[in-house]
Design a protein. Structure first.
Length: 76
């Protein structure tokens, strides 16, 4: 099973679109909300990112809502 982590925030429309897309495709993921989870915010910053969404799929990072890249990595 593919391990998918989505770093998001409450006010990010791209995060909402990304999560909706994954749900529509029945793709399970773990959400780490940097608005409410300070540990997730630290993790994101330690990876060198300041913005969201960031998706991690099998240790590969996707910056933003990059649907073609998601489809490629998830074989959709």
């Amino acid at each position: 099973m593919t391990d998918i982590i989505v770093y998001s925030s409450d006010t990010c429309p791209y995060c909402t679109a990304l999560k909706d897309y994954l749900k529509e495709k029945n793709v399970a993921f773990t959400e780490k909300n940097i608005t409410t989870d300070m540990e997730a915010r630290k993790e994101l910053m330690n990876m060198g990112h300041m913005g969201v969404p960031i998706t991690i799929i099998d240790n590969q990072e996707i910056v933003g809502f990059d649907q073609p890249k998601l489809d490629q990595l998830l074989k959709l």
